[in-house]
Ligand binder design. Structure first.
Ligand code: URA
Length: 444
């Protein structure tokens, strides 16, 4: 087979067969196919798309690029959760320990920041000492000891996604339904999990802007998970404003810890409890969403979720004292506030612009070898529906570099719309999907 011919075939909109996809994947992993050819191939998929069979083949091919864990010897139904990516989405940091504290083991394989969205691994690595690059035996030992372990793609597991994910991040090939489907599932199906909960984000800060695209992505995730023998549930959630009040790695760790202490913002709690309840149902610990919510709230109140977070941090080499002492995170050099120019109500937030501003500050990557500044970020002081007065602060930028701060400011300066009329707050959980179809999400 000749790589340039396979690229041209996809460029011309033809369907690829399994052998061609395997050939490219294996060649890329062995180093025989360079980044520039893989980038062209990804762009051809981005533009031309893939049908379900091709997407499935891409998933299997990527999944088989590393080991597939069998965690059958660990008691309990193991459940993992994944988000398709948003701004300020720190839910995994809260949910993994919280659900584990309810008795459901959570083996989580996560990713780094992608495009304008943040990633669980970068956030966790902002905790001094925290390691996400674990050997499989460390991953399994942690899970046995505490019921929770979070790792990234390594040479051993999901190596194809590790390499391709990093390349997509810097080549404008992120928001493609087949590429996202294969990326998520090839990671998640290797971790030994029995069931999966997906948070498919939809809105101006998500990769899926419309409900129709979000639903198409959700259908792919459901159908391929089913073929792989995993039960799954999908929540479609709104991403027309950042989730919670912060974006940026260490800032999001602090907000997650505050949520586990019972001080989380309402929207972040709504999404966390909703996804968590689905995980508890799939884990066989509760039989209704409302029972799930009640149990999760109890674990926040009695601090068992927080204690599990502390245990997870220690077992992955992180400094657990950050739970009590946020001054252990390095301080940034500059702060810049953006203020409202008039009185009114916030009617729109350009969420992608906020994500890109965080990347400008250094919280994400612009090139394959960019280093991430783990302590910069943005705190969001006003959300959609909030009343605002002239000169009140809308966002605060926390920066380490004056020029980057200026660029970030440029990105956001037109990012808020303010109207005279009252505006409703955004409800975050839109609906729920499983193999039986779409339903309203309700807690009783
Ligand atoms: N999350 C992933 O793991 N991969 C994607 O491509 C997008 C979100």
């Amino acid at each position: 087979m000749i790589i340039s011919e396979i690229i041209a075939k996809k460029r011309d909109g033809e369907k690829l067969i399994r052998e061609e996809i395997d050939f490219i994947l294996q060649g890329y992993l062995s180093g025989a196919i360079p980044d520039y050819q893989m980038s062209a191939f990804l762009m051809a998929i981005f533009i031309r798309g893939m049908d379900l069979e091709e997407t499935e083949n891409l998933t299997w091919s990527m999944m088989n690029s590393g080991k597939i864990l069998d965690l059958g010897f660990i008691p309990g139904i193991k459940v993992d959760k994944h988000s398709t990516g948003g701004v300020g989405d720190k839910v995994s940091l809260i949910l993994a320990p919280l659900v584990a504290s309810c008795g459901v083991p959570v083996p989580m394989v996560s990713g780094r920041g992608l495009g304008h969205t943040g990633g669980t691994l970068d956030k966790l690595e902002s905790i001094p000492g925290f390691r996400t690059s674990l050997s499989l035996s460390e991953f399994i030992d942690n899970l046995k000891k505490s019921g929770v372990s979070i790792m990234g793609q390594t040479e051993e597991i999901s190596s194809a996604d590790g390499k391709i994910y990093a390349l997509r991040d810097v080549t404008g090939t992120v928001n493609s339904i087949p590429l996202i489907t294969a990326s998520i599932l090839s990671k998640k199906l290797t971790s030994g999990t029995d069931a999966l909960v997906f948070d498919v984000k939809c809105g101006n800060g998500a990769f899926m802007k419309s409900r129709e695209d979000a639903q198409n992505l959700a259908s792919n995730l459901i159908r391929i998970s089913g073929k792989a023998g995993r039960k799954c549930m999908v929540l479609i959630t709104d991403m027309n404003e950042p989730l919670g009040n912060s974006t940026g790695n260490s800032l999001e760790v602090i907000e997650s810890v505050e949520t586990l202490k019972g001080n989380g913002p309402e929207d972040l709690l709504e999404v966390t409890l909703s996804l968590g309840s689905c995980m508890l149902i799939l884990g066989g610990v509760v039989s209704s969403l409302s029972d799930g919510k009640e149990l999760l709230l109890k674990k926040i109140e009695n601090r068992e979720g927080l204690n599990k977070f502390r245990q997870m941090v220690s077992q992955q080499g992180g400094d657990p004292r950050i739970v009590e002492d946020y001054s252990l995170f390095p301080k940034t050099n500059y702060q810049k506030e953006l203020k409202s120019e008039k009185d009114g109500y916030i009617s729109f937030i350009d969420t992608k612009a906020i994500g890109l501003a965080a990347v400008e500050l250094g919280a994400g990557r612009v090139k394959l070898d960019s280093t991430v500044d783990l302590d910069v970020g943005i705190t969001i002081k006003k959300k959609v529906g909030d009343q605002v007065k002239k000169d009140e602060v809308l966002v605060r930028l926390l920066a380490n570099d004056y020029d980057k701060c200026k660029k970030a400011e440029e990105r956001i300066k037109n990012g808020f719309r303010i109207t005279k009329k009252k505006v409703k707050k955004i409800k975050k959980v839109l609906f729920i999907m499983d193999e039986k179809g779409v339903k309203k999400f309700i807690f009783n």
